[in-house]
Ligand binder design. Sequence first.
Ligand code: FAD
Length: 501
Amino acid sequence: MGIIGAGIAGLAAAIRLRLEGAHVEVFEAGDTAGGKLGELVLGEYRFGIGPSLLTMPHYIDELFELAGEVPSEHFRYRRLETVCRYAWEDGTRLDAHADPQAFAEEVERVLGVPAQRVLATLSHGREKYDLTGRTFLEKSLHTPKTWLTPEVGHALTRLHRLDLTRTLHEVHERDLKEPHLVQLFDRFATYNGSNPYRAPGLLSMIAHFEHGAEAGAFVPEGGMPAIARALHGLAERLGVIFHFKAPVAEILTRKEGRRPRAVGLRLTDDQTVMFDRVVSNMDVFFTHQRLLPGAPAPKRVLAREKSTSALIFYWGVDDSFPELDVHNIFFSEDYPEEFKALEAGTLCDDPTVYVSISSRYDKRAAPAGGENWFVMINAPFATPEQDWPTLIERIRERVIRKLERMLDRPLRKAIVEECVFDPTTIEARTLSHLGALYGTSSNDRMAAFMRHPNDSRHVDGLYFCGGSVHPGGGLPLCLLSAKIMTEVMARQAPLSRRAPD
Ligand code: FAD
């Protein structure tokens, strides 16, 4: 089995397929495993390049357990009591506690909204997840068996509870009413790169992932890149063979019957490796465009609207800010305007600013007395008209002024290291089409059905996993994509049950 890419889904796929007894080789263009989970070092400061928020770590534990290992011996994490610290320009400050009761009480104390209203909203989010999660997130949507279950039958009788005809924002206005709280909950749409004013109300289940009774936000020992290191280690112990700095140039196919069949990979003009099946963890758009030129492609699926991208400032800060937590949000005063600008392919003058400081829990990430600030604002996916150097200059100044104003203390001079990623850098560094963070957006009701499936309908023996295919982007879903892909593959042609050597 040949796997292209060692992103989190590629690693999970390698582990699962190896545990099924397959010979597995992973070809990774970069020099380390993890893809978007990579690390950036600036002087004495270390940063996770991409993800900063870990939810549902049990999907990582599951891989160690499947291999008969004790997860905590290789990968440790802890749950944060406060998921995020929120700040508004009018001086409102709110700590969103992971514990739903504590969160609801904090909302009541700060915003005067009855705690019961928050608990009811979270519980409605949980109901939506219970009704649809197993079908839409844990199974292939392209297998008739998925639809012929009592769960789907039950969900159909509860369709009115799913808010499919309302936007996420409309649902929050209806249920939460208070503007700060509506904005806080609307922000969950950005967890998969969507727009709360367009995304369906079904997405209110995302709040449940952070504030549900047994959910929450977690921090891994050693920072987010430690996730990739732990899974890479597990895969190697199982006997997966890794080739780094090994970009795949082409998926080799042979005409067999009606459709071509994937038979191997071409790395360079004189280096090819033959495999019975190929898995691509590479962005599905680039897989078709670059590795399968001339082969038939699912054009409508590949043309779907992308998720948002990001403008990220990695700042080594030579000072400490005890008033900040691990995850902090400084809200825009005009949220609808922020999303209008994104839809227009640009940035508004007052974007919402997310500041994540992993040195709060990983002391090795910054020198004593300093902090590693990962400062991210939502940005549109890349288009040719955008002038990023000009936009960055303008927005950097506004972000610094906003943070200084809302923190009521100087920041500018404390920034001693800096690196900036815009959507074009993200596309180049992480090889994601147009720099989209989460593959395609979830801005319409058909989004879940229109993601690329986990196997190819055009090339036999070719499979997909990762954030650009079903069930979507974000670490938990990428891990699920590897699981679904392995199941689809095993159903089509049983894998050998031989135990790994
Ligand atoms: P990727 O990480 O995209 O890796 C694909 C791999 O394929 C790469 O290593 C690449 O080098 C390799 N590759 C590509 N082409 C080739 C080729 N031709 N040959 C060989 N190798 C190739 N998710 C969260 O859960 N929480 C967050 O807080 C969060 N924040 C994010 C912030 C940012 C800035 C970004 C960029 C993403 C964020 N995400 C977050 C999303 C999450 O990072 C991704 O959904 C996930 O990491 C994608 O994993 P993947 O398996 O699809 O592969």
